[in-house]
Design a protein around this ligand. Structure first.
Ligand SMILES: NC(=O)c1ccc[n+]([C@@H]2O[C@H](COP(=O)([O-])OP(=O)(O)OC[C@H]3O[C@@H](n4cnc5c(N)ncnc54)[C@H](OP(=O)(O)O)[C@@H]3O)[C@@H](O)[C@H]2O)c1
Length: 229
């Protein structure tokens, strides 16, 4: 049976690696991001692996992007939604601009709530569906210079844990992935790159959540670094 997976923010970083590791014969990957050339290049790699690819391009702060993502998801009978896209800013609170505060909350939290709101009724109709929310250790505890990033990820955690209580008995699984620092564009300024989690390794572990078991399910996982400087 074909499986359709939507991964937000799959033009690069963890989302891209997830798209590649999940791209298998008989599957449809709905990829998303803003950068056209990255998405076009990814499409070739996905199709080479035998999966179909549908690109939805657009900023998550735009209603039109959310509507297009929801429509593509429903049209292709979505099975798995991976809320992965996020923005990051390391900046002390009072130095943040007002628009940066709004964008962080909009991209990292509100847009994900809107996507779930659009796609959940489809999952409920089928009594089946998996939502994976990519979170961060900063979504579990405070982190210096990350007030708004951390707050947006805490909001996602609260939303996700509460929604689980409403939908688990209706066949919908929601899994939260709490990640330590990973070597992507988000952390390009760090000097300890070789000590960070490799996104392709994280993607391999996360892809194992995309299977189904009758009597057990994974509510959350934490992916930690093996190496510290
Ligand atoms: N890297 C880390 O150290 C780390 C640690 C813990 C958790 N995480 C989490 O892991 C997930 C993936 O992060 P990453 O490190 O892979 O980040 P990344 O390499 O910066 O990639 C972010 C992705 O999100 C998309 N995106 C960002 N803002 C967007 C917007 N306004 N509208 C549409 N798309 C947008 C980007 O698309 P375009 O580039 O095409 O715009 C890109 O595909 C995030 O949820 C992040 O919070 C990362």
């Amino acid at each position: 049976m074909p499986i359709t997976i939507l991964i937000t923010g799959s033009s690069q970083g963890l989302g891209k690696e997830l798209a590649l590791v999940l791209a298998d014969k008989g599957r449809t990957i709905i990829s998303h991001g803003r950068d056209k050339s990255s998405l076009d290049a990814l499409k070739k790699q996905i199709e080479k692996r035998g999966a179909e690819n549908i690109i939805v391009r657009g900023d998550l702060t735009a209603e039109k992007t959310i509507a297009t993502l929801v429509s593509a998801a429903k049209k292709n009978n979505i099975d798995i939604l991976i809320n992965n896209a996020a923005q990051y800013l390391n900046c002390e609170f009072l130095n943040m601009k007002e628009n940066e505060i709004h964008t962080m909350v909009e991209v990292n939290f509100i847009s994900q709530v809107k996507l779930v709101r659009g796609i959940l009724p489809h999952f409920l109709e089928k009594n089946k569906g998996l939502i994976i929310n990519i979170n961060s250790l900063a979504g579990q505890k405070g982190s210096y210079g990350e007030t708004l990033y951390s707050a947006s990820k805490h909001a996602l955690k609260g939303f996700s844990n509460s929604l689980k209580l409403e939908v688990l008995s209706k066949g919908i699984r929601i899994t939260d992935v709490y990640l330590a620092a990973m070597a992507t564009k988000m952390t390009f300024q760090r000097k300890d790159q070789d000590l960070l989690i490799k996104p392709e390794e994280a993607a391999k572990l996360i892809s194992q959540l995309c299977t189904e078991n009758e009597s057990v399910y994974v509510s959350e996982i934490q992916l930690l670094r093996r190496k510290y400087g």
